[in-house]
Each structure stands twice: as structure tokens, then as C-alpha cells.
Design a protein around this ligand. Structure first.
Ligand SMILES: [Zn+2]
Length: 388
């Protein structure tokens, strides 16, 4: 009895110490890693409510202080335009988002800088600033015009998700009825032009056939900026094991999405609600009326944000599975923070990234492997695609 009494507190104490060690190690690794997250929707928050990201915000998932705590120093800012913005309206909305992004860059040159290549990201992160890598989310944003795509490139945008929740005129979406059997001839031209310019082809959101078409046409690695494993959560926005193998062969990277339904099927209902509201607006809205509608929708998302049913170990399961199928060189993080309403418990915002890393360490991942997941893999692909 005496022995047991002595042993139990000692064991408990050493377990607590061990857990603290894991968290301390996780925080250090997050601080040292390049810290790429291939999808955050934070510019939507800036455009809607003119929030100042230098402040710790009472809502949303991302601001500079929380990014620093989480060790995320090089996010892909998605200039996402809902598919109810059509034609020239989608181009106008993209410009509004790019302008909102510029207002952040101009207001805080001491804290954030535009990055257009891997060298930029390394230099900016080393100087203790946030490296902003820009993406557009939805091929409808080019209004079927390669000149518009080229102008986006000239504005510093270096990635494009080929579709959003609906098909566009040249690519099928994973959450719509197939209309083109993947990419149309013009869709293939878009991919080739992105390769030529040095823009990352992002195949999150697209239908399975569009994914395979893009991988077949692209001469460069592609990315899945914010998707997870369909074997673990069976939703069309996630990808099959066969797609993961094709991605590995292509040399690309998948950034794991933390959102509702992506990690655990227990959260699928919230995802379906998001697909419906983000895909439809009352017809014939344009200009300020349409912008007001979009603002109302985004504010409703912000108000609804709270942890879902998935857990941090559930996210680690997706890492494990993707590593098993595609290999450690093809996995990254694409949280979708500020674009999702229900992140996992324990990963409620971008500051909580060390919690995921602590679980990965506990599961036996080496520091080197964790750093690949936290941006090393993405840096390789960015360098290869942008040529710098
Ligand atoms: Zn998305």
C-alpha cells in the first residue's frame, strides 16, 4: 500500500510533465517551421467589417496575434468570391478583395508583406513578418478570359482554385451535377496558361473528373489547398485514395481542411448548409445590393462560428491516412479558417496549431516530418511552380 501511494502521484506527475513537454516542443517546432496554411478566408472578414488584423479580434479565427501564437507565418489569403457573383460582377468582387488585401499590406508594412515565390516567403518569414501569398477561389472569377487571369497574376496572385461550389463554364465542381465531363478544352487552356505564368493550379472543390483532367494537363505539381480524406469522411469535397496516389505521382500537396464535415461525418450537416447558402442568392442582384447580401451571409457565418464535434486526434487521423497513401512529402495544412463555421474542438482558431503538432509528436512523427507538414512541402511546390 505504501508503495502504491508513492507511485501513483509520481506517475501522474510525470505524465503531466510529459504532456507539458509535448506542448512545449510543439510550440517550439511551430515557431521554427515556415508555417504555411494553404487556405484562410480572412480577407472576407476584412472586406466585410474592415477589421484591423493587427488587433486580437473577438470573432473569426485569424488575426496577426493569433497567427504568431500558432506559428502560421505564410498563409494563402483566399480572395474568395461566392458563385452568386456572376460574370463581370465576379471580377469586380475580386478587385474589391484584392483592394482589401492591399489595405492590410499598406497599413502594416512592418508586420506583413506580399510574397510571390518561395524565396519571398523565406525572406519575409526570416524578417519576422507575415508573408501573404494570394490565391483566388473560383475559376468564375476570370469571367472566361485569360487576359483577366494574367492581370490577376500581375496583381501578385499566385494560385487559383478552378471551381467553387458550382460548375463554371469550363470546369465541373464536386458539389454540382456534371456538365462538362471535367475540364472543357478552354479549361485545359486555363491550366496551361497558369503553368506558363507560374500560378499554382488548385484542385480543391473540383469534381473527381476535373481533378484527373487537371493532373493530366498540368506540367507542374498541383495543390489541393483545403480538402481532406474521403476514406475517413465521405463527402465530395474530400479526395479518394486513388486521387491521393495521383497527387503524389504529380508531386503536389494536399492541405488538410479542418472544417465541418471534412474531418468527421458527424459535422456534415453544417457543410451542406454552407454549400446551399454560398451557392445561391436571389437572382438579378448586382452592385451594392449584392455586396450587402454577401456581407449579411458572411456575418451570419461569423456569428455561427463555434467548435464542432470533430477533435484534434480526428485531424491527426487524416494526416496519418494521407501519409500512408501519398507519403509524408505530399501533406500540408489548409485549415479554411474564417471560411468554416465549425472547426474541431481544441483547434478553434489559428493560434491552436501547436495542439495538433503535439498529437503528431505523440504519434511518433519526427520534427523533420512535422516541419514538412507545416510548410516545407508547400515551399517545394511553390518554388517549382513559380520558378522562384
Ligand atoms: Zn473553399
Amino acid at each position: 500500500m505504501r508503495f502504491r501511494k508513492l507511485l501513483l502521484p509520481t506517475l501522474a506527475a510525470s505524465l503531466t510533465l510529459f504532456a507539458q513537454d509535448d506542448m512545449a516542443r510543439a510550440r517550439r517546432i511551430c515557431a521554427e517551421a515556415v508555417g504555411i496554411d494553404s487556405h484562410i478566408d480572412t480577407i472576407q472578414h476584412v472586406l466585410t467589417d474592415r477589421v484591423d488584423l493587427a488587433n486580437r479580434l473577438p470573432n473569426g479565427h485569424v488575426d496577426f496575434p493569433r497567427m504568431r501564437e500558432g506559428g502560421v507565418k505564410a498563409p494563402f489569403f483566399a480572395l474568395w468570391v461566392p458563385v452568386y457573383y456572376k460574370g463581370a460582377e465576379a471580377v469586380r468582387r475580386t478587385l474589391d478583395l484584392r483592394d482589401a488585401m492591399q489595405s492590410v499590406l499598406d497599413a502594416h508594412p512592418d508586420q506583413i508583406e506580399l510574397a510571390t515565390g518561395a524565396g519571398d516567403i523565406e525572406r519575409i518569414v526570416k524578417s519576422k513578418k507575415i508573408a501573404a501569398f494570394l490565391a483566388i477561389e473560383g475559376g468564375h472569377q476570370i469571367d472566361d478570359d485569360l487576359a483577366v487571369l494574367r492581370m490577376y497574376y500581375r496583381m501578385g496572385i499566385r494560385a487559383m482554385t478552378l471551381t467553387h461550389f458550382k460548375n463554371n463554364n469550363w470546369a465541373d465542381s464536386s458539389t454540382d451535377k456534371p456538365a462538362h465531363n471535367g475540364l472543357t478544352p478552354f479549361g485545359k487552356e486555363v491550366v496551361r496558361e497558369m503553368n506558363r505564368l507560374g500560378m499554382l493550379v488548385d484542385v480543391s472543390h473540383v469534381s473527381d473528373k476535373t481533378f484527373y483532367d487537371a493532373v493530366a494537363v498540368s506540367t507542374k505539381p498541383v495543390i489541393l489547398s483545403h480538402s481532406s480524406s474521403r476514406a475517413l469522411s465521405d463527402i465530395p469535397r474530400n479526395v479518394t485514395d486513388d486521387m491521393l496516389r495521383a497527387l503524389a505521382k504529380n508531386g503536389g500537396v494536399i492541405g488538410i481542411n479542418f472544417g465541418e464535415g471534412f474531418i468527421s461525418q458527424k459535422d456534415v450537416a453544417a457543410l451542406h448548409a454552407a454549400i446551399t447558402s454560398n451557392a445561391s442568392a436571389p437572382p438579378d442582384m448586382v452592385g451594392k445590393i449584392l455586396d450587402d447580401y454577401a456581407a449579411k451571409e458572411y456575418r451570419a457565418d461569423l456569428a455561427a462560428m463555434k467548435a464542432g464535434l470533430a477533435t484534434v486526434p480526428d485531424v491527426a487521423d487524416h494526416v496519418d491516412h494521407i501519409v500512408k497513401i501519398a507519403g509524408i512529402d505530399h501533406v500540408g495544412i489548409g485549415s479554411d479558417f474564417d471560411g468554416i463555421t465549425s472547426p474541431p474542438k481544441g483547434l478553434e482558431d489559428i493560434s491552436k496549431m501547436p495542439a495538433l503538432v503535439a498529437v503528431l509528436l505523440k504519434r511518433g512523427y519526427s520534427e523533420q516530418d512535422v516541419k514538412k507538414i507545416l510548410g516545407g512541402n508547400y515551399l517545394r511546390v511553390i518554388r517549382e511552380v513559380t520558378g522562384r
